[in-house]
Design a protein around this ligand. Structure first.
Ligand code: M6R
Length: 360
């Protein structure tokens, strides 16, 4: 069942090229149109604002979506579902509430959907599971087609969520504005190349020596900006979830506002570069290195400046920033996996955690 992989998590990491292929299949036409089944062109023309609600890894995919929408001039906000149920945000007639949930069964996310519907918002579930509660209770559902995910740590479903949310953002933006953004062609081309780029990235998996080195460190920080920010949060979550070691993700710009006080030579800092605003993140790398922290940079293979600025370099193929974030995330999934494996952790079923959190 694990197809020769030691863990489901590793198998699912390697399934990402196929999962991404399915996520976009039939949804991008030759003339760069985005077609989402069940959502004809113009379907989202009345949308004035988008609320994205989710938990855990899905929350990080929702953060990605918020930026995708903002970059297309669509006002979007992200809410942790557990918070949305205590303090629901006001909705208007033109608010689209999108629940992002792999399982479609997360209690807080389902309650949020109910609250949004009661308040009169249009609801949409972006989910992996056909027939799940979220898919059945929301007004509409859009499926990410990642296939079953057994490992408690979400891996391929994060990549598929982001790919599908990118297509949804394109559809909404075109419906609302009546025009196609000048960046659309480059984005869609990068999404179509993504399965091959992920395959390429998997073949450059981080060396064992890096994992051995990291294993002994007291603390790991993950930093990024733009699309690198949700990736930093997601990578820190993955690291703590399966290694049981302390890890934190930050918006790179936040470092100086407090977390820098914790940085010592015992803090590994993973810096995510997506090709946008990299010069600022390079400054953050200098700041932590000045405090003795070893830096692992994840950036385009052609980026010699970043490679030289860091202690270790994990390359990804050159591509659009949206896809670069996902590729960096794949590298960091492998880092977490390898460290957890060296530590002998229960990778597929980490202590205290369940695949689906069905209580609030
Ligand atoms: O099924 P969902 O996407 O709603 O699940 C949300 C979280 O429970 C889930 O992403 C969790 O954070 C993962 N175990 C993280 O790897």
């Amino acid at each position: 069942q694990r197809d020769g992989f030691d863990h489901y998590m590793l198998k699912e990491i390697h399934e990402q090229p196929a999962a991404l292929d399915r996520a976009i299949q039939g949804r991008i036409t030759d003339d760069n149109d985005v077609r989402l089944e069940g959502f004809p062109a113009g379907e989202f023309a009345d949308v004035g604002a988008v609320h994205l609600i989710a938990c855990g890894t899905s929350y990080h995919a929702a953060l990605y979506a918020q930026q995708l929408l903002a970059n297309r001039d669509i006002p979007a906000q992200v809410f942790s579902a557990g918070e949305y149920t205590t303090t629901p945000a006001p909705v208007r007639d033109d608010t689209l509430v999108v629940a992002v949930t792999q399982s479609g069964e997360t209690a807080d996310t389902l309650s949020s959907l109910d609250i949004a519907a009661e308040r009169g918002a249009r609801t949409l579930a972006v989910t992996n599971v056909i027939g799940s509660t979220a898919a059945r209770t929301a007004d509409d559902a859009l499926f990410i087609r990642a296939g079953p995910e057994i490992g408690v740590a979400a891996t391929k479903t994060f990549s598929s969520q982001v790919a599908v949310l990118a297509l949804l953002a394109e559809r909404i933006a075109e419906d609302v504005s009546g025009t196609v953004h000048s960046d659309r062609e480059a984005l869609l081309a990068a999404l179509e190349r993504l399965p091959a780029d992920v395959q390429d990235t998997l073949q450059r998996s981080p060396v064992e020596s890096l994992a051995t080195e990291l294993r002994g460190r007291e603390e790991q920080f993950f930093i990024g900006r733009g699309y690198g920010y949700p990736v930093a949060l997601e990578s820190a979550l993955k690291f703590k979830e399966i290694t049981y070691e302390h890890a934190e993700g930050f918006a790179a710009g936040e470092l100086k506002h407090g977390p820098l006080a914790l940085v010592t030579s015992d803090t590994s800092v993973f810096a995510v570069f997506t090709g946008r605003h990299d010069e600022k993140t390079l400054k953050n790398v200098e700041e932590v290195r000045a405090r003795g922290a070893p830096v692992v940079a994840i950036a385009a293979e052609s980026d010699h400046e970043v490679a030289e600025a860091a202690d270790e370099f994990l390359p990804i193929p050159d591509t659009h920033p949206v896809a670069a974030g996902l590729l960096a995330n794949v590298q960091l999934q492998l880092v977490s996996y390898r460290v957890a494996d060296l530590l002998g952790r229960s990778i597929d079923k980490p202590r205290n955690l369940a695949k689906s959190v069905t209580v609030e």
